[in-house]
Write a protein that binds this ligand. Structure first.
Ligand code: FE2
Ligand code: FE2
Length: 185
């Protein structure tokens, strides 16, 4: 895997930074959800944290030949208050990635004929669309002071696709077999 153009490389670094922070933030908010009596929403945060780790790894691996130190500027959501606001932070972060960040990064990678970057940005963009919906669903439930009533959550380790239950034979984003999915329960 490789990247040749400076602007796509910068976007990969920024996306790596954003995904790394999202991963950490979701683990922190997941612990809070569990402590506050919402263990299943906590499990959703942990599953999505893993998906963001998959995205960060994919971006990092495209940059593997870009050896050296860089200052990374990346979008980050802050705040650690209550479950409703934490979920709003999660929704806002995902929507930023879906509407602003990844479409622009993906178009740039296409323009610069960066095949590996196109793939990793495409995987992240499609997975984030699912994350936004899952967090909206969780927030609607938490607003009624209820936890989610769902079975296990599954995450594709190749692209970060996330779903409630294992209802698909193959990952709808990357085509990986569901046998590879990581379960969070
Ligand atoms: Fe996400
Ligand atoms: Fe996948």
């Amino acid at each position: 895997m490789a990247v040749n153009n400076a602007m796509t490389a910068d976007f990969l670094r920024s996306a790596y930074g954003g995904e790394s922070m999202a991963h950490m933030r979701y683990l922190i908010w997941g612990d809070s959800a569990e402590k506050d009596g919402y263990p299943t929403i906590g499990n959703l945060f942990r599953a999505v944290a893993y998906a963001e780790l998959v995205h960060a790894k994919n971006h990092f691996n495209v940059l593997k030949e870009q050896v050296g130190d860089n200052t990374v500027v990346a979008g980050a959501v802050f705040g650690h208050t209550n479950i409703i606001e934490n979920l709003q932070g999660a929704i806002d972060g995902e929507l930023h990635e879906i509407k602003q960040m990844y479409p622009v990064y993906l178009e740039t990678a296409r323009y610069q004929a960066e095949k590996d970057a196109q793939r990793t940005f495409h995987y992240a963009l499609e997975a984030e669309k699912v994350h936004a919906k899952l967090f909206e669903f969780a927030q609607d439930t938490a607003k009624q002071e209820k936890d989610l009533d769902i079975a296990a959550i599954y995450v594709c380790p190749i692209c970060g696709y996330t779903e409630i239950g294992d209802n698909v034979e193959k990952c709808p984003i990357c085509g990986a077999s569901k046998d590879m999915f990581k379960a969070f329960e």
